[in-house]
Design a protein around this ligand. Structure first.
Ligand SMILES: Nc1nc2c(ncn2[C@@H]2O[C@H](COP(=O)(O)OP(=O)(O)O)[C@@H](O)[C@H]2O)c(=O)[nH]1
Ligand SMILES: [Mg+2]
Length: 259
């Protein structure tokens, strides 16, 4: 993370809020209307993995009556990461200047989006953060808070990323930032997708800013968090950390040996 102090940032361009969905039938209409009210100029892309509960069809109904709403129908459940990658590609192709990640379940409050977008005027990437001063979580079981804080701390230390909330999923990217992250090589499927993008942004020297948010646990529908997702995150983060440390050690060797 550089300080960004010397940089001049271009205008933001049009905003696309990408909302990945899998079985969010109770949540999709309320969340779309909250986004429309909070950021009326922004467009929304629902990236639905053929939800068995008909979320995709509900999204189609919203799109039919509102030209700011779009739907990307995907063939089946392939994880959050794959849905976002497809959404980013769609957004870049359609020439949006800002791409936002946001959950469908109300945990990320659309009313906080204007603050993220304001911060993006002086940054390459803005992260909504639960774990900076002013950030908080509401109604989260202690076990989830422990997992999230632990995952962030482990990732921060192992990957040397100076970010307090590395796993969060309420984020605003400039298009150019996404284009510089090497998205074609991203293999992460579940929530470690977020860690992967954060570490790539830091490694590429982008100016990353954390903005405090209030994360509210969902009231309707079920979490898709699973043991497999945690296991994937743990092994990938560990492999990245060990790999980059080993690389640095090997990289340093020739100069160490120089007389
Ligand atoms: N398209 C798609 N969306 C997903 C998938 N898994 C989770 N999501 C969505 O990602 C967001 C976050 O998931 P959620 O279950 O709320 O996770 P939690 O907040 O960590 O418990 C929600 O909008 C989900 O519907 C998936 O495999 N495909
Ligand atoms: Mg959630």
């Amino acid at each position: 993370m550089n300080d960004g102090g010397q940089r001049r940032y271009g205008p933001l361009g049009r905003t696309l809020v990408i909302i990945p969905t899998y079985n969010e039938a109770e949540n999709i209409k309320p969340i779309v209307s909250r986004v429309r009210a909070a950021v009326p100029d922004a467009h929304i892309l629902v990236a639905d993995d053929n939800s068995p509960d008909g979320t995709g069809k509900l999204a189609d109904e919203l799109a039919a009556e509102d030209d700011h709403v779009h739907v990307l129908h995907r063939k089946g459940k392939e994880g959050l990461g794959a849905a976002y990658l497809a959404g980013f590609r769609w957004g870049i192709e359609h020439d949006y200047g800002v791409l936002v990640e946001m959950d469908a379940d109300g945990s990320h409050q659309p009313e906080e989006l204007p603050r993220l977008l304001t911060a993006l005027k002086g940054a390459d990437l803005v992260l909504g953060s639960r774990w900076v001063p002013g950030g908080r979580v509401v109604n989260w079981p202690k076990s989830r808070e422990f997992l999230s804080r632990g995952g962030s701390t482990y990732s921060r230390l192992l990957l040397d990323v100076p970010i307090r909330d590395v796993t969060g999923g309420f984020r605003a990217f400039r298009k150019e930032t996404l284009e510089g992250l090497g998205l074609d090589e991203v293999a992460s499927q579940g929530y470690c997708f977020q860690v992967d993008l954060a570490r790539r942004a830091v490694a590429a020297g982008y100016h990353v800013v954390e903005v405090p948010i209030t994360f509210v646990e969902r009231e309707l529908g079920d979490s898709k968090m699973s043991r497999d997702i945690v296991v994937e995150a743990l092994w990938r983060v560990t492999a990245w950390g060990v790999g980059s440390r080993a690389g640095r050690l090997l990289g340093r060797k020739p100069s160490d040996e120089r007389p």
